[in-house]
Design a protein around this ligand. Structure first.
Ligand code: IMP
Ligand code: MG
Length: 194
C-alpha cells in the first residue's frame, strides 16, 4: 500500500488524473500523508527545541506555505506568533526570474524577535534571498528558514535552509498547499506533475 494514500475515499489515486481537473495533468504520488505528517512533526520538534525564549515569529510565505504552516504550528510545544508575507516574482510560471516584490508585508513589528521564515519550496533560492534581506532590514534578533521541500541541485544563489523537510533534485510538485496555475493546492499529498 502506498503509505497514507491507501483506503482514502478521496477523488484521486496514488497516480493518475484528478477527477474534474481543469488542467488535465497526470500526477504521481511523491510524498504520502504519512511521510508528510512524520516530517512536519520532526521539524516542529527541532524548532521547539531550538527556540525557547518566547520571541519566535513564524512568517508563512503565501500562498504555498499555508497548509504546511497550519500543520507545523499545531505540533509546536513553544509559544509562537504567526505572520504572513506574500511576494511576487516575475518570470514564467515554472521559473522565477529573481525580480521580486513584496505584495503583502508582515503586519507586526519583528525587531528584536526571532524570525522563522516558513516556505513551501526553495528552488533557485532567489525568492528566499530577497525575503531574508527584506526581513533583516526590520532588525529582528535572528532570521532562519524552514522549508518543506529543498531543491538544492537547482540553487542559483547561496541561501541557508535551517530546517528542511524533504530534499529533491528536480521535478515540479503540487499538493499540500503547493500549486500549478492555482490548481491542486487542496490535495493532501504531494505529487509530481508530468
Ligand atoms: P525560487 O525563488 O526559485 O527558490 O522559487 C521558489 C518558489 O517557486 C517556491 O516558493 C514556489 O512558490 C515556486 N516553486 C518552485 N518549485 C516549485 C514546484 O515544484 N511547484 C510549485 N511551485 C514551485
Ligand atoms: Mg512560494
Amino acid at each position: 500500500m502506498a503509505a497514507g494514500a491507501g483506503g482514502d475515499p478521496g477523488q484521486r489515486a496514488t497516480s493518475g488524473l484528478v477527477r474534474g481537473d481543469p488542467l488535465n495533468k497526470e500526477l504521481k504520488l511523491l510524498f504520502s500523508k504519512k511521510e508528510i505528517a512524520e516530517t512536519v512533526a520532526r521539524l516542529a520538534k527541532e524548532i521547539s527545541a531550538d527556540y525557547a525564549d518566547n520571541k519566535l515569529i513564524l512568517i508563512g510565505v503565501l500562498k504555498g506555505a499555508f497548509v504546511f504552516l497550519a500543520d507545523l504550528v499545531r505540533h509546536l510545544t513553544i509559544p509562537a506568533q504567526i505572520e504572513f508575507i506574500r511576494i511576487a516574482s516575475y518570470g514564467s510560471k515554472k521559473e522565477s526570474s529573481g525580480e521580486v516584490i513584496v505584495t503583502k508585508d508582515v503586519e507586526t513589528p519583528v525587531d528584536g524577535k526571532d524570525v522563522l521564515v516558513v516556505e513551501d519550496i526553495v528552488d533557485t533560492g532567489l525568492s528566499l534571498q530577497f525575503l531574508i534581506d527584506h526581513l533583516r532590514s526590520k532588525n529582528p534578533a535572528s532570521v532562519k528558514v524552514c522549508a518543506l521541500v529543498d531543491k538544492k541541485a537547482r540553487r542559483e544563489v547561496e541561501v541557508q535552509v535551517d530546517y528542511t523537510g524533504f530534499s529533491m533534485d528536480d521535478g515540479f510538485i503540487v499538493g499540500y498547499g503547493i500549486d500549478f496555475n492555482e490548481q491542486y493546492r487542496a490535495l493532501p499529498e504531494i505529487f509530481v506533475v508530468d
